[in-house]
Unconditional design. Structure first.
Length: 275
């Protein structure tokens, strides 16, 4: 049974991401852990003074948020036809990443789901500040849903393989699950930014749990990865982009403008970050 961590701040964008995830996974027997995170520092002295002496402000915040989370779970269950999962509600007073890591350990989380959110600087506008923190720091698979992206049945997936990726030791279980459920077409995009790629066929997924899947291989060389992926998504209909993220290489290729000052990557489809 998969355990999915759904992050929410009760915004419309967060709800859209939750709805996507529950549509995608809700018919399987998953445990969905709804989590909202409160920063203790966000409660000022005036609020503490106004609180009932017999009731701590933290207790009231937890109670109020759990009520909202339970209502959110009920709403999601009603909207998803054939729902077969379980919801659990959690409120944590902690820093953003610390709360996620605590939840991953405590609830044996397989995948973290969140939506992108607006931010001010260039790096953060590519993904949103919280999504960027998850990509950089969280060590389990994450599913990032772009703002305003509506769920649609999975028919085509892009898996981008980058130079020096070692897939032989990866099980790709999260992606394999999607193929068992939806049987989408798989496009494997092999990207080599520096060297020429020969046209010799080889089974890049032979030693993974996707070895049973039929797929088409596309090869691009001499093109920065962000350009290659954006061009591919414009030429082919893609419902999900999946890729492995190494601790440093992803930031170098996609977020920090290491190639030129003009290169950036803005995902227009959900992004499945495999670890």
């Amino acid at each position: 049974m998969q355990s999915i961590l759904l992050l929410t701040d009760f915004s419309d964008n967060a709800y859209n991401a939750l709805k996507y995830a529950v549509n995608l996974l809700g018919k399987s027997n998953c445990n969905f852990h709804l989590l909202t995170i409160e920063k203790p520092s966000s409660y000022i002295t005036g609020e503490l003074l106004a609180a009932n002496p017999e009731d701590s402000i933290y207790s009231r915040v937890i109670t109020d948020n759990k009520t909202k989370l339970n209502k959110l779970a009920e709403k999601l269950q009603k909207e998803i036809s054939g729902f077969n999962g379980n919801f659990h509600s959690h409120v944590l007073f902690d820093g953003f990443i610390s709360a996620i890591e605590t939840s991953i350990d405590k609830y044996k989380i397989d995948t973290v789901v969140l939506g992108t959110n607006g931010a001010s600087n260039l790096e953060e506008t590519l993904f949103g500040s919280n999504a960027l923190k998850v990509i950089r720091q969280v060590k389990v698979t994450s599913l990032i849903i772009p703002q305003h992206f509506n769920y649609q049945e999975m028919s085509s997936i892009l898996f981008s393989e980058h130079q020096n990726d070692d897939l032989s030791k990866k099980d790709l279980n999260e992606l394999a699950f999607i193929f068992r459920e939806f049987q989408p077409q798989l496009h494997v995009l092999e990207i080599n930014q520096n060297k020429n790629i020969t046209n010799s066929e080889h089974n890049v997924l032979e030693k993974t749990s996707l070895q049973f899947v039929d797929y088409k291989i596309h090869r691009l060389s001499g093109i920065p990865a962000p350009y290659a992926i954006q061009a591919f998504c414009q030429l082919f209909k893609v419902d999900l982009h999946a890729l492995f993220v190494k601790e440093e290489s992803f930031i170098d290729r996609f977020i920090q403008k290491s190639q030129t000052s003009e290169i950036s990557y803005q995902s227009t489809v959900p992004l499945l970050i495999l670890r």
